[in-house]
Each structure stands twice: as structure tokens, then as C-alpha cells.
Design a binder for this molecule. Structure first.
Ligand code: NAP
Length: 280
């Protein structure tokens, strides 16, 4: 494996242990980027398989990627809600690679999968902490480095990037998903706010589609029946059974291309993974 160039982009990806995040990391490495991947799962127990798929994934696990790309990939195992996490993650980017060009916030949870009347407020707080507040903490650590990279960029003279993996749930309510939808909706506004505050960054929220990951398995589970209603749950069971879920690699490569080169015209926007304005 040829080591990546010391001028190749450095990208942080949260929620990188499986699903869409793992696919983003793999695609970035294939584009010769340098990556700080982070999630809670220790590398020794990491496997590319998700509990959702009927067949084992053919994609490499994060542990395999670390072996294949020793010069380009670092893994930070930490709970993103830990108050030290943002400093550890951004610190690793700077100490390992000396710069930071893009932040991709992908870590997310659906829970509490419960109707408003039934969900303890502590579960709402946890949901917002992982989906939203952890990202604010990361931005606070990352923005100074993203500004520096943009102003001294020898890559292409472009802005640095902040890409947030949002959801259709941000704009469409689903029974039982209120905390998740509210957190994703607020995340879209965080992206729009960065766009007006940080002229050296291009900031985009992306909707990845309905993707075959552990999160979708949770939505199809019997547990979801009470919160979503059987009809609501069956919609997702049907998509899965008809083979209509996207493979994580599909939105994963779209996000990787965006993290490396984000069109300025998308700054502050919420876009679909297959929007024709995304880089090909
Ligand atoms: P997933 O397979 O469940 O992956 C979630 C990732 O987030 C895992 O890597 C997990 O790693 C990490 N994570 C969760 N809690 C964490 C914590 N406290 N600290 C650090 N990392 C944490 O789900 P996915 O479907 O790939 O979801 C990725 C993103 O896409 C999410 O933001 C989700 O909202 C969004 N999305 C997914 C779909 C879909 O259909 N799948 C649709 C719309 C949007 P560890 O467990 O190892 O910590």
C-alpha cells in the first residue's frame, strides 16, 4: 500500500465502527485521504457485520482497514458524549497528521424508540447528546484547525468541510421517533448556522436514504411495534424484504466525495445523498 501524501486531506469520521460510518471511512481511504475514525467499540472486537443484514458484509471491518492502511488511518475508541472525546479526537488528527480538513459527524442513535408520553426525559437527553451536542463539542475543537487548513490550503484553495449525516426524519415526523427527529432537525439548523458563522467552511447536512444497517434492524424489531404502530413498522419490513434498502457503501461514497470536495453552492443546505449537485 502506497503511503498517502502528506498533503492529502485529513478527515474525522464519527460513528465509524459499522454501517454508514465504516463505509465512509473505507471510501475516503480509497480516495487516498487520511482518516481519524472514532466510535466506542474496541478495535479488537470490531467486525464489519451488522445485525441487520441477511448475509455477512463483504466490506472490510475497521480492524482490517487499520491493518491495510497503517499510515492513513487512526482509530480513537471513545464514547462521543464523554466530555474529553472531542479533544481526544481532534488532538489525534493534529498529532498524527498535523492538520484537519473535514469533520463528518455520522454517529447517531434512534432511541428512545417510544411515543412522547412514554419516553423518559433522560433518554431524550442521551439522544440529543449523541446526535447533536457531541457534534457541537467537536465543532468547538475542530473549527480553529479547519479555518487554518482552509486559509493555508495547498490542496485546491477550497474551504474546509463540515458534513453532518442527517435524516429524512428531520423534516418528516414518524410515530415513536420524536427525540431522533427533533435532534436531526436541530442538527440541520446547526449546519445552517455554521454556514453563516464560518466563511472558511462549507457546511452540509446530508440525508443518506434508507440504509441496511443496525439502525434499520432496530426499526424492524418487534420492540418498535408499540411506538411506531404495526403499519409504520411494516413499511420498513417491506423495504427490507423487497431488497430496497441501500447498501452503506452507496451513501458512504457520496459522503466521502463531499468530505473531500464540497460544492460551495450547497453551503448550509440539507441535501439527499443522490442530489445531482453532489460531486461524482
Ligand atoms: P449504526 O449502524 O447503528 O451505526 C451508528 C454508529 O454510531 C456506530 O458506529 C456506533 O458505534 C456509533 N455510536 C453510537 N453511539 C455512540 C456513542 N455514544 N459514542 C460514539 N459512537 C457512537 O447506524 P447507521 O445507520 O450507520 O447510522 C449512521 C448515521 O446515519 C446516523 O447518524 C443515522 O441517524 C443516520 N441515518 C441512517 C439511516 C439508515 O437508514 N440507516 C437513515 C437516515 C439517517 P459504537 O456502537 O461502536 O459506539
Amino acid at each position: 500500500m502506497t503511503p498517502p501524501s502528506t498533503t492529502s486531506a485529513v478527515v474525522i469520521v464519527t460513528g465509524a465502527s459499522r454501517g454508514i460510518g465504516l463505509a465512509i471511512v473505507h471510501a475516503l481511504l480509497q480516495h487516498n485521504a487520511r482518516v481519524i475514525a472514532t466510535a466506542r467499540t474496541p478495535l479488537s472486537t470490531n467486525s464489519a457485520e451488522t445485525s441487520s443484514t441477511t448475509e455477512p458484509s463483504s466490506s472490510p471491518s475497521l480492524a482490517e482497514l487499520v491493518k491495510t492502511y497503517p499510515d492513513a488511518l487512526r482509530y480513537v475508541a471513545v464514547d462521543v458524549t464523554d466530555e474529553r472525546a472531542a479533544g481526544m479526537i481532534v488532538g489525534e488528527a493534529i498529532s498524527a497528521f498535523g492538520r484537519l480538513d473535514a469533520l463528518v459527524h455520522n454517529a447517531g442513535i434512534l432511541d428512545p424508540l417510544a411515543r412522547i408520553v412514554d419516553a423518559p426525559i433522560t433518554d431524550w437527553v442521551r439522544c440529543f447528546d449523541i446526535n447533536l451536542f457531541s457534534c457541537v463539542r467537536l465543532l468547538q475543537e475542530a473549527i480553529p484547525h479547519l479555518r487554518t487548513a482552509a486559509s493555508s490550503s495547498s490542496l485546491s484553495g477550497t474551504s474546509s468541510r463540515f458534513i453532518l449525516i442527517s435524516s429524512g426524519a428531520a423534516v418528516r415526523p414518524t410515530s415513536g421517533w420524536s427525540a431522533y427527529s427533533a435532534a436531526k432537525s436541530a442538527s440541520n439548523m446547526l449546519v445552517a448556522s455554521v454556514a453563516v458563522e464560518e466563511p472558511l467552511l462549507t457546511s452540509i447536512a446530508i440525508r443518506p436514504g434508507v440504509v441496511d444497517t443496525a439502525m434499520q434492524a432496530r426499526i424492524r424489531s418487534e420492540d418498535a411495534k408499540e411506538a411506531m404502530g404495526e403499519e409504520g413498522r411494516q413499511r420498513f419490513v417491506g423495504l427490507f424484504e423487497r431488497g430496497e434498502l441501500l447498501k452503506p457503501e452507496t451513501p458512504g461514497s457520496a459522503v466521502a466525495r463531499l468530505a473531500l470536495s464540497a460544492p460551495r453552492e450547497l453551503n448550509g443546505l440539507f441535501v439527499n445523498w443522490d442530489d445531482e449537485r453532489l460531486p461524482k
